[in-house]
Design a protein. Structure first.
Length: 521
């Protein structure tokens, strides 16, 4: 596959300019660059979602022109987007066959094919589960299965490891190597340079919309790749200077929550969860997707009504207060899924700046919104957080995922919260923006901010946290010392394997079942 001179312009911005890339059949080709560099736009062009203004695409020696994704699918190209394209109110089976009903219909034949593909590549997908009941990692697996179901021979994966723990990343990479061995081609977009170097055969670097170089993984290092990508060396989240005080900012006691699964059966998702976060403390929660982290966050935010337990913020019981009041009382929120819970995609940036803070300055003056002040402050956030945008009147949907994240982080930090709930705060951002977000958290922590940190990036969890706890099957089962634990040990504990480097949590019996028990599950 060859892309030559690809250029794509939008009002006020040139997303791609004279890009050249060559991808060899049967390889994993990585595409890296900072947020807003044009990677996703380029892949949308290759997938037929956008038409280039200039340039050519050649596949197997034949020049092609795609007018829609259907044209790309016909040439056996499939794409898993950074933000998934799934219908929440449909089952996994219905999502997979949607638009491809002619392949196997929606009968038992389609079900059998889905199960066959899922088992072959270890995806663990259940056909009859509603997508709205799935976590982010499971949704990603559905997307991968969807493109394989359509017979894709070239897979475009946009940030596929963003929410995976090390064991899941290893499993995904094993799958990619298996695909490669069968002659399939993978185009892999990622900001995790260590992962890129471990799995890619070739790497193309894009900066500010144009290609600046191609490298072979065996001949470069993460530091050199970062310098080529953003002009700076790799940052570190390492934080060891303690700022923890004796003042309790958040106290959760005996939190319990049940929820009905796809079959209508009630199951326990939070089981007697208790934790305390002090002023100046970052408490990190480690856990494989789907073990209760999302429900814990939503219960603290007032988005779910728990069956029991008490939530106290700065000495005040907020257990029965609405989400808006909790926000006004000083809780900042960086959501796991920025599209569902963090942004109005079709609204301009200045309106998104107001979200969750409609009654607070500078967005409000008395009982009225102050739109002029909101616009001015949005421009400040864009400058200070390096949100790459032609202006604040463009919609949030027009930004890259990383720039959307920087806007959300800037919005939440601007109100100087007492408690920040940060779920995957650097998901989808480049190494430069990642360092900036870490610095913002460190600075606010030094000034007394309490942080509940949920992250699939174990280096980030270990580096930023003062205290680490492991969540497994809705319980806090173990405590870890960030100063001594390794990502591998933490990853093992997250999957339920026992480890001698963790202590049993106050409200958990032990660090999960033994590895043998975990495998039997």
């Amino acid at each position: 596959m060859e892309l030559r001179g690809i250029t794509k312009r939008f009002p006020g911005v040139v997303a791609n300019h004279d890009i050249d890339i060559t991808v060899h059949r049967g390889t994993v080709h990585a595409l890296v660059g900072e947020n807003g560099a044009g990677k996703s736009t380029l892949m949308k062009i290759l997938y037929g979602m956008q038409k280039p203004d200039e340039g050519t695409i050649t596949i197997d020696g034949e020049q092609v022109s795609f007018h829609s994704p259907a044209d790309a699918i016909a040439r056996n190209i499939g794409m898993v987007h950074q933000h998934f394209m799934l219908a929440d109110n449909l089952t996994v089976l219905e999502n997979v066959v949607l638009g491809g009903e002619k392949l196997h219909g929606i009968s038992g034949r389609a079900r059998a094919e889905i199960i066959k593909i899922s088992e072959r590549y270890g995806l663990g997908v259940r056909p009859d589960v509603l997508v709205e009941d799935l976590g982010v990692a499971d949704r990603q697996r559905v997307e991968i299965l969807k493109v394989l179901y359509r017979g894709a021979r070239t897979l475009i994966l946009d940030e596929p490891t963003a929410v995976l723990v090390p064991q899941e990343v290893d499993a995904l990479f094993d799958n990619l190597r298996e695909l490669k061995a069968e002659g399939l081609t993978v185009i892999f977009i990622s900001h995790k340079l260590g992962e890129v170097l471990s799995v890619a055969d070739d790497i193309t670097v894009i900066r500010r919309g144009t290609t600046v170089g191609s490298v072979v993984p065996s001949e470069t290092t993460p530091k050199q790749l970062a310098e080529l990508m953003v002009g700076t060396e790799l940052p570190s989240p390492e934080t060891r200077e303690s700022t923890v005080t004796d003042v309790e900012m958040l106290k959760v006691e005996g939190l319990r929550l049940t929820s009905a699964d796809a079959e209508g059966v009630e199951r326990t998702v939070l089981d007697d969860v208790s934790l305390t976060i002090h002023k100046g403390e970052v408490l990190g929660i480690a856990g494989v997707e789907g073990n209760g982290q999302a429900e814990l966050v939503e219960a603290i935010m007032g988005m779910r009504d728990p069956d029991g337990g008490v939530i106290t913020l700065d000495g005040i019981d907020i257990s029965h207060l609405p989400t808006r009041t909790r926000r006004e009382d000083g809780i900042g929120y960086i959501p796991e899924d920025r599209h569902r819970h963090g942004l109005l995609l079709e609204a301009p940036l200045w309106e998104n700046r107001i979200l969750g803070h409609v009654t607070e300055k500078p967005n409000a003056k008395g009982r009225l919104l102050d739109l002029k002040a909101a616009r001015v402050d949005t421009e400040r956030i864009v400058r200070e957080y390096d949100v790459r945008t032609p202006g604040i009147e463009v919609t949030a949907a027009s930004l890259s995922g990383g720039n959307q994240q920087k806007l959300i982080v800037g919005r939440e930090m601007s109100h100087h919260p007492k408690l920040l709930i940060a779920a995957h705060p650097t998901r989808g951002v480049d190494v430069g923006a990642q360092a900036q977000i870490w610095d913002q958290i460190r600075e606010a922590r030094h000034e007394g901010l309490a942080v509940l940190l949920i992250s699939a990036d174990l280096d980030e969890l270990i580096g930023l946290s003062d205290t680490l706890r492991v969540m497994y099957r809705g319980r806090l089962v173990a405590d870890a010392d960030p100063a001594t634990i390794t990502p591998e040990e933490l990853g093992s504990a997250m999957t339920g394997a026992a480890t001698g480097h963790l202590a049993a949590s106050d409200n958990g019996s032990a660090a999960g079942p033994t590895s043998e028990e975990g495998e039997s599950e």
